[in-house]
Ligand binder design. Structure first.
Ligand code: ADP
Length: 582
């Protein structure tokens, strides 16, 4: 059974004779067997978005239904892979077809020949339910891959084998009511269908990143969602790398979605160079990369986003903390706009389809900290950080607005700050995090009771600074009181000594939450003592010359293990130096 093409419009192909197919079924288009997905069905007419270049394809050519939706393969071999949007391993594609990927190539996402050592954690006679871990495979030095019972299977294990197996070999048999189910190490999952879990948990644990402006001021929760715009040169790539390396996540998913060719090359070349700081191993040992090459048509961006999040959910289901970064979701939205235009749908704002908001929301809603399926109550988290690249950096852009309606954190990268060499260029005035409240209890318990209030105080001072700077600009610094001058001195310190962080400095690149607390405490302690001194008619000019301020500025370069004692010294210095002033 096959359909026939009646129209080709860029990545969109319309075919007749498709009545047996369903929405979102995968089809192969023309003799070239291009991979496409049905996105609209009207009677026996199907509109197909094709994930490969449709050049040279014309009416009259056949369309072959597969009667299956777009799936990803989940199992050992995912980690360290670099895939395109439809989970074809890029290295093998390149081996087969050279630099310019030939069309119509089907490749399995997981290597069929590779042997993996499967070590059972359950035994014959055990009762299991969907999601239960039955065995483990050491996938890389950094990742233990947990082989789980598929969500729809439960029963008694009647056979389980230890040894070296290929992903398609049967490792376990489960008697599910009156039927025997053979379990292999591979699961297939429909990319548009969120993977099931038992229960969503509140986002009350922060995902620490070691980046002070993020963790202290604008934290993202484990299982939370964040959005970051990235004007060119504002340090977006550096932030993505820092999060990948340092965030408190076991698995990193990076989806490079339809960026320009050179940016994608950056990802492909630079990512594999990153190191996992804790083990010294290459970061790829716990990373999955999805990269759309620039010669793939726009529709493939859509596939990469879904493929990425499904793989991320799978690792979450194992009980891991997963961080997914998608760069850039604006390009995905542009693809939706193009396809929608070709479908001649009624356009919404700026030509984006009316369902833009829904699609964006559905994507971010797949984030979360969850109680996983299975009987052992393990928890997993999937944190999603999407970057947006609005034209001209305009935040009123519909994609940005649709994103901000669903995400709870906004890290506002500003070109202006980057230009002034303030890195990370995350604006403390326009960024926000709605997790500050939900993670408060955790911070109070794990770091320090007063830390959240200190951050709030610092924030209030920074807001005040903005007003004061305006006044100083208009009427000069003489016009403001000594108290206000002190505020300017202290906020300078908050910005330069705390918020500014050099990703390339051996020590400064990462700051633990407890060091962050102690650093901020020094600055605010200085402020308290200096305020008292002002009452004794000490001037801000005198205060600003104290050598202890230099020590506060250099505190960030003190290694974690020496920090406690050094901070105590600096604190003493603050007291004695200020007391020494007349
Ligand atoms: P983008 O990806 O937004 O174009 P990059 O991430 O490549 O920008 O950053 C541009 C430059 O800014 C980097 O090469 C680096 O010199 C500097 N930079 C960005 N972030 C930091 C940081 N946290 N610490 C030090 N330098 C930074």
């Amino acid at each position: 059974m096959e359909g026939k093409i009646v129209k080709v419009a860029g990545p969109l192909v319309v075919a007749e004779g498709m009545s047996g197919s369903k929405m979102y079924d995968v089809v192969r288009v023309s003799e070239k067997k291009l991979i496409g997905e049905i996105i609209e069905l009207k009677g026996d007419l199907a509109s197909i978005q094709v994930y490969e270049d449709t050049g040279g394809v014309g009416p009259g050519e056949p369309v072959y239904p597969t009667f299956e939706p777009l799936c990803v393969e989940l199992g050992p071999g995912l980690v360290e892979s670099i895939y395109d949007g439809i989970q074809r391993p890029l290295d093998i594609l390149k081996e087969k077809t050279g630099d310019n990927i030939a069309r119509g190539i089907s490749l399995p996402g997981l290597d069929r020949e590779k042997l993996w050592k499967f070590v059972p954690v359950k035994k014959k006679g055990d009762k299991v339910v969907g999601g239960d871990v039955i065995g483990e495979v050491k996938e890389t030095v950094l990742v233990t891959h947990r082989i789980m019972v598929p969500p729809d299977v439960s029963g008694e294990i009647i056979e389980i084998r230890e040894g070296e197996f290929k992903v398609e070999d049967v490792v376990c048999k489960i008697r599910d009511r009156d039927r025997d189910r053979e379990i292999t190490m591979i699961q297939k999952w429909w990319v548009r269908q969120p993977r099931p879990y038992k229960e969503k948990l509140p986002p009350d644990i922060p995902m620490c990143t070691g980046q002070r402006v993020i963790d202290a001021f604008f934290p993202v929760a484990k299982g939370g969602t964040a959005c970051v715009p990235g004007p060119f040169g504002s340090g977006k790539t550096v932030i993505q790398h820092q999060i990948s390396e340092w965030a408190d996540a076991d698995i990193i998913l990076f989806v490079g979605c339809g960026e320009r060719g050179n940016e994608m090359t950056d990802v492909l070349i630079e990512f594999p160079r990153l190191k996992d700081p804790k083990s010294g191993e290459p970061l790829m040992k716990r990373t999955v990369l999805i990269a759309n090459t620039s010669d793939m048509p726009v529709a493939a961006r859509e596939a990469s986003v879904y493929t990425g999040i499904t793989i991320a959910e799978y690792f979450r289901d194992m009980g891991y903390s997963v961080a997914l970064q998608a760069d850039s979701t604006s390009r995905w939205a542009e693809a939706m706009r193009e396809i929608s235009g070709r479908l001649e749908e009624m356009p919404g704002e700026e030509g984006y389809p009316a369902y833009l908001g829904t699609r964006v929301a559905e994507f971010y809603e797949r984030a979360g900290r969850v109680k996983c399926l299975g009987s052992d109550n393990r928890e997993g988290a999937l944190t999603v950080i999407g970057s947006v690249s609005p034209p001209g950096g305009d935040l009123a852009d519909p994609v940005v607005q649709a994103t901000l309606r669903v995400v709870k954190v906004f890290w506002s990268l500003e070109a202006k700050l980057a230009f002034a060499r303030h890195f990370p260029a995350i604006s403390w005035l326009t960024s926000y995090s709605l997790y500050s409240d939900s993670t408060r209890k955790w911070v109070e318990k794990e770091i320090a009771k007063e830390f959240p209030d200190m951050v709030k105080d610092a924030m209030i001072l920074l807001e005040k600074e903005k007003e004061l700077q305006e006044i100083v600009r208009l009427v000069g610094v003489e016009a403001i009181s000594e108290e206000d001058k002190l505020i300017l001195e202290v906020t300078r310190s908050i910005r330069e000594d705390f918020l500014h962080q050099n990703a390339f400095h051996e020590v400064d690149t990462y700051t633990s939450a407890s060091k962050q607390y102690k650093m901020l405490k020094l600055i605010l302690y200085f402020y308290e003592c200096a305020k008292e001194a002002l009452k004794r008619d000490v001037s801000v000019e005198q205060l600003s010359k104290l050598t202890v301020l230099e020590q506060i500025a250099k505190a960030k370069f003190i290694p974690e293990d020496k920090f406690e004692s050094s901070a105590a010294e600096i604190e003493k210095g603050i007291v004695s130096e200020i007391e020494g002033l007349k």
